[in-house]
Design a protein around this ligand. Structure first.
Ligand SMILES: [Zn+2]
Length: 217
């Protein structure tokens, strides 16, 4: 993943699949086998606006325990996002629990929450916690897309596949099955993003970085 020169985008502090946290400490400590990173982390000041990475709708929100905090799920169906597959995004450690109603529509790059450090205080990150966004992306199995209208008929664990969030920025990706094991070479893409004036760059992009660029100091 690269960013356009001088765009000032928040970099990834801990990538998907990483065995370590942003500070180099091991995720495997007490975590059991397979405790690698299930999303990407961006180190952000508390209150940083978080953007819909693609057009979609609110799918749910809540408050988890440690390592989750306040969270928000967005549903991105192809007819709204313009991407060739359906997927969910989850934003964690939010400053406050979102109040957006289920089904509320959000456009590409629209602010959907503010970053925080909920679910990080007093755990692996110490008493002060770690203000950051953890973002997870899960592609929805093709035959389960029709049942995404209600949480009752849909299982996030059974009906979706966790993937590297960077696959959203790979323009040539066709199917979710391809997203699961994308070779590192194909992830060497330039991120699309929202600039300081609120414009999507490049203008025809269908996904953006979850934080506007030029906002990072
Ligand atoms: Zn994380």
């Amino acid at each position: 993943m690269r960013f356009p020169d001088n765009a000032g985008c928040a970099p990834i502090a801990s990538p998907y699949g990483s065995p370590t946290r942003y500070d180099g400490s091991s995720r495997r400590t007490g975590g059991g086998p397979g405790s690698t990173h299930g999303g990407i982390d961006l180190t952000l000041a508390e209150g940083t606006p978080l953007l819909a990475v693609a057009a979609g709708t609110v799918f749910g929100h809540g408050t988890g325990g440690m390592m989750e905090g306040h969270y928000l799920w967005l549903l991105h169906l192809p007819q709204r996002s313009g991407l060739p597959f359906a997927f969910l995004t989850k934003y964690q450690h939010l400053a406050v629990r979102p109040t957006l109603p289920h089904g509320q529509e959000g456009s590409l790059g629209q602010e959907v929450a503010r970053s925080g450090l909920t679910g990080t205080v007093g755990g692996h990150y110490g008493a002060a916690g770690y203000p950051h966004l953890h973002m997870t992306v899960r592609t929805i199995l093709s035959d389960k897309v029709a049942s995404t209208t209600s949480l009752e008929s849909f299982s996030i664990v059974r009906d979706t596949i966790q993937v590297d969030p960077l696959v959203l920025y790979v323009p040539s990706l066709r199917v979710p099955e391809e997203a699961e094991d994308l070779p590192p070479e194909r992830k060497k893409v330039v991120a699309s993003y929202v600039d300081s004036k609120g414009s999507v760059q490049p203008p025809l992009a269908r996904t953006v970085w979850p934080v506007a660029c030029d906002l990072v100091r």
